[in-house]
Design a protein around this ligand. Structure first.
Ligand code: GCB
Length: 642
């Protein structure tokens, strides 16, 4: 039996009540309070032969801790649940799992206005109850969702929150998967994408308040002209009284540098003379400059009703058929494909890990990465804004094999939610509609035409891409995008063991993509699996030497391509080793990282660091770090012949 059928049918019943407003990140202010529900939750998996046990027995009305015929675990939130216990049946479970915890709501919140419940993400589908009453449902992982819960709470008392979470992937989920039944009757989840299908409440859970009349959403677009910055804003609010919106732009020192005029309309353009532009890392000594857009909802008598502060960066993006420009300067992207992945917590948000990752990204001299193959946590994106790392923001569509109408609807929904979430981020410079769909099928034509049109209907300020893996002459999709992206594993899946062929193949393929579509081209993935500590000279596949030499051959190709004017980026696969499904082609996961899964450098990381810093020096005059090269000998002095 497929457990998803039930959860989805219930899901449909609540769908019409699902919240359709903005999904602003919960931030405390003079008018808003935020309380975290992260911590240790109770966790239960139904009995193996009773996948719907939780629904049959109304677990959402009970304390999971008191159940007697199932094992109750303690589960940290946020985290993926798969690798926390010692039980493979939990790691490989397919279908519903249940979480609950108690929490206290202060009496002072009674009639405070509104109380909201927000999940950073739950993978894959979920339903949420408070005190036994269904509050909301959400499908598609890696994206936030929220609902107003004012009338569901008991004020000044303990409350119960219950979450049912279903990790099943089918033909019409984003991403697609398939459920098979083994001879023993156990369900197994299969999928073609190459990362472990981690599940659970993997991002923060927050309860927060807003006044009854409140700021619902903020949309910002910025432009630059000389040293003047322009901030175009639109505020949406919910109010049953007449209100105005006072908008102020505040710099890092706390000075108000621009503000709305006396009419305080919910839209307008702020002009910032001598603006500090948001620059990418290494392009400017002061990258990632962020202002605060302070929005105040005011009553007719100018009393403060609600206040929300949104970080923004002032920058422009433009693109031609050969280049991508930030603040009117062409950029060359040098970075990675990545994953949200680490030991034990899986895809769960982990602050020490994400700070370590950004320290490594900056150490290695990368200026960009792609959120392969799904949207990353908002806390991760905040750091990209702050450090000036350029992001290709990918929705969760990966390895789509068949194009159904029902899938198209969900694919578009995932983009609606992603763009709603990330539209104000200066770091986001390209929307990626999908990774490696089977675009050689004619159905891909109508499908991707609609997907790209959908993105354009939501945001025309950023270019779009689809990351292709099919040969250039067989794709039905890339005609619709602004920037061509392709993945190719020369020296690995293609011509494994034959590194000498790489420069020729890469130059030929990148050139063919440009000639066919007349658009800028990025190589989004190249690389080879490498077991740290395995050494061979001459190089041999899987060794550290092989990975280094495979990279050098690509660097030669990239440098040739850079002279041709249309090649705008190189992304190695992958930043770090990561877990995959169990298969004979993967030894403990995918090992194409230049860092290990515990974030230590392989030889390739040192090698890549020399290239990325050399590029930054050549292109943007960045100063080389003084530990880039180890001392070997005094510089060789060449004596002129007498
Ligand atoms: C790809 C995929 C990526 C895989 C990678 C590999 O083309 O986009 O998800 O992990 O190849 O290592 O096979």
């Amino acid at each position: 039996m497929n457990t998803r059928f039930l959860i989805l049918s219930l899901f449909l019943q609540v769908k019409s009540e699902t919240y359709h407003g903005g999904i602003l990140y919960p931030r405390p202010s003079e008018t808003r309070q935020v309380v975290s529900l992260d911590g240790l939750w109770n966790f239960v998996i139904p009995q193996p032969n009773r996948p719907l046990q939780g629904f049959d027995e109304h677990w959402y009305k009970k304390n999971l801790k008191e159940l007697t015929d199932v094992e109750v675990h303690i589960m940290p939130v946020p985290s993926s649940y798969n690798d926390i216990t010692t039980n493979w049946k939990i790691r490989d479970h397919v279908g519903l799992v249940w979480y609950d915890r108690k929490f206290f709501v202060p009496k002072s919140w009674y009639q405070i206005g509104r109380v909201w419940l927000r999940f950073g993400s739950v993978s894959y589908a979920s339903q949420v109850w408070i005190n036994g009453r269904l509050v909301m449902g959400h499908e598609i992982g890696h994206l936030p969702f929220l609902a107003e819960v004012t009338d569901f709470l008991i004020y000044g008392k303990e409350n119960l929150i219950t979450v049912a979470c279903d990790n099943t992937l089918l033909a019409d989920t984003v991403p697609q998967g398939k459920v098979d039944t083994l001879e023993t009757g156990r369900l197994v989840q299969t999928y073609n994408f190459d990362f472990f299908n981690y599940a659970g409440i993997d991002r923060p859970v927050t309860l927060y308040t807003t006044p009854k009349n409140y700021i619902d959403d903020i949309t910002v677009a910025t432009e630059t002209d000389g040293d003047v910055g322009f901030v175009d804003y639109r505020i949406s609010y919910i109010s049953d009284v007449n209100v105005t919106c006072r908008v102020s732009l505040i710099d890092k020192k706390g000075n108000v540098v621009a503000k709305s005029d006396e009419r305080d309309e919910p839209y307008g353009i702020l002009e910032v003379p001598k603006a500090n532009f948001w620059w990418p890392y290494l392009m400017d000594p002061n990258p990632g400059y962020l202002y605060t857009l302070q929005v105040e909802l005011l009553s007719e008598h100018r009393d403060l009703i609600d206040k929300y502060s949104q970080p923004i960066g002032i920058r422009s993006i433009a693109w031609t058929n050969t280049s991508l420009l930030i603040n009117n300067r062409p950029v060359y992207l040098h970075g990675f494909g990545r994953h949200e992945d680490s030991d034990i917590r899986g895809k769960g948000l982990d602050l020490p890990l994400i700070i370590r990752d950004y320290n490594l990204i900056r150490w290695v001299g990368a200026n960009a990465y792609r959120t392969s193959h799904y949207p990353y946590a908002e806390e991760i994106m905040d750091l990209a804004d702050e450090f000036g790392i350029m992001i290709i923001d990918e929705c969760p569509s990966v390895d789509t094999e068949a194009f159904y109408d029902s899938l198209l609807i969900k694919h578009k929904n995932s983009l609606t939610e992603l763009i709603k979430r990330d539209k104000n981020r200066p770091s986001v410079i390209i929307w990626s509609a999908a990774n490696e769909p089977r675009t050689q099928y004619p159905q891909a034509l109508g499908y991707f035409k609609e997907v790209i049109n959908h993105i354009k209907s939501l945001d025309i300020t950023r270019p779009t891409t689809i990351v292709e893996a099919q040969p250039v002459n067989s794709v039905y999709s890339s005609q619709f995008v602004d920037i061509i992206s392709f993945n190719r594993y020369n020296g690995w899946y293609v011509n494994g063991g034959n590194l000498d062929v790489i420069p020729l193949s890469v130059v030929a393929e990148a050139t063919a993509w440009h000639e066919k579509f007349n658009k800028p081209v990025i190589m989004q993935e190249y690389g080879g699996d490498t077991l740290e500590g395995l050494h061979f000279t001459p190089d041999f596949i899987w060794s550290e030497e092989y990975q280094v030499n495979l990279m050098s051959k690509h660097f030669q190709a990239f440098d040739q391509l850079r002279t041709r004017g249309f090649f705008i980026g190189e992304f190695i696969w992958n930043f770090a080793d990561f877990k995959t499904a169990q298969t004979f082609t993967r030894v403990g996961g995918n090992k194409k990282g230049i860092f290990t899964r515990s974030r230590q450098p392989k030889a390739s990381a040192h090698h890549l660091r020399k290239r990325y810093w050399a590029l930054a020096t050549q292109l943007y005059n960045a100063t080389l770090p003084n530990d880039l090269y180890n001392y070997v000998a005094p510089p060789v002095v060449v004596h002129e012949e007498l």
